[in-house]
Write a protein that binds this ligand. Structure first.
Ligand SMILES: Cc1cc2nc3c(=O)[nH]c(=O)nc-3n(C[C@H](O)[C@H](O)[C@H](O)COP(=O)(O)OP(=O)(O)OC[C@H]3O[C@@H](n4cnc5c(N)ncnc54)[C@H](O)[C@@H]3O)c2cc1C
Length: 317
């Protein structure tokens, strides 16, 4: 039976959808243990074991988050050695990919990013070239580190009451002298919206919003969606850079991507082409975005977005 580790960066009382997807995929491949990148309370352990983890790796003495990702890399390295893991699944975000890469270098192992599926022989399926091709890949020397795109796997809701017995393994990690240390942190102002990289629904605006993101944000709130943007919009300072979707921004694969006032340049497509359903609103019928849209609306976003938001609210009652 394969041995699969899942890296959980921030365990919480209820696992996130992304964490449940990682655990569901791992459970379909073999025996699953979770490596915890931060302290977890009893509730978090219960819900993670209900989601499929049969064991946990934690750092003896905890993880010093001011040392950036270095302690997590050391913990994951120690866990891979202890468990003799065949594969490690991590989220496809910035932290997941960095931890995968750094740990794999230490272990002289393979890394495959942007996965959307993994077979029982550890063949990984991933989109490449802005989603225009699908590739199957395998690590040539194990363990293979695989970062999984969100919304790729069906992950059922879990009931923490269904917790199975799970072993707890405390590992000592070496003290490191990092080149950098975090000296202070300030939380971003909470918008109440889902986080862009894992969101099921995304409404994105581009140059066509002409500096006014209010209609985009209003439709996002009506849908419970995250807000995204083209590079033109983020470069203009109309919205924060973290909202940028594309080659030099976030790559996302939501169920629904609503593109408003975005032309659909190749660098924008690179970040959103993996969406299950693309709705494009543009007043230019020849805009390239219509080539990949499932539904195209030729119109002024200032008219279409408020109408859509009003109709969604009416149907929701
Ligand atoms: C190396 C490199 C990396 C890049 N990385 C990225 C990236 O990560 N993400 C990204 O997005 N771009 C990226 N770009 C930029 C990219 O090439 C495009 O310039 C950018 O995506 C265009 O943004 P836009 O569609 O908002 O603007 P435009 O291309 O100017 O398009 C605006 C669109 O809005 C429509 N419009 C205008 N007014 C309205 C209205 N009232 N209602 C409806 N439609 C309207 C217009 O018809 C037009 O189609 C990158 C470029 C380079 C060179």
């Amino acid at each position: 039976m394969l041995k699969i580790l899942v890296y959980i960066h921030a365990p919480a009382g209820t696992p996130t959808k992304g964490q449940r997807e990682l655990l569901a995929l791992a459970g379909s491949l073999g025996e699953t243990r979770a490596v915890l990148g931060a302290e977890a309370d009893e509730a978090a352990l219960a819900s993670l074991s209900a989601a499929g983890s049969t064991g946990f790796y934690v750092a003896a003495g905890g993880i010093d988050a001011s040392l950036l990702l270095t302690p997590a890399v050391s913990l994951l390295e120690a866990a891979v050695r202890d468990f003799e893991a065949d594969a490690v699944l991590l989220p496809n975000g910035i932290e997941g990919r960095e931890i995968a890469a750094r740990t794999a270098v230490r272990l002289d192992a393979a890394v495959i990013t942007d996965a959307i599926d993994v077979d029982t022989d550890l063949t990984v399926t991933k989109p490449v070239l802005a989603g225009s091709h699908t590739v199957k890949a395998q690590g040539t020397r194990g363990p293979v580190f695989i970062t999984l795109k969100p919304n790729s796997i069906e992950a059922p809701e879990t009931d923490a009451g269904a917790r199975a017995a799970a072993s707890l393994h405390e590992l000592s990690i070496e003290a490191t002298a990092p080149a950098a240390r975090i000296t202070s942190t300030a939380p971003r102002t909470a918008t109440g919206r889902p986080e862009l990289s894992g969101a099921r629904f995304v409404v994105a605006g581009g140059r066509g919003v002409e500096g006014n993101f209010a209609p985009v944000e209003d439709l996002a709130d009506a849908l419970g969606a995250a807000v995204g943007a083209s590079r033109v919009a983020t470069d203009a300072g109309w919205i924060e850079h973290s909202a940028q979707v594309g080659q030099t921004g976030v790559t996302i694969s939501p169920q629904l991507y609503i593109s408003a006032g975005i032309s659909g340049a190749i660098q924008q497509k690179a970040g959103m082409q993996g969406a299950k359903c693309i709705v494009a609103i543009n007043k230019d019928p020849d805009a390239p975005v219509f080539e990949i849209a499932d539904l195209g609306i030729i119109g002024d976003l200032a008219t279409v977005l408020p109408q859509a938001a009003a109709e969604i609210r009416r149907r929701k009652g």
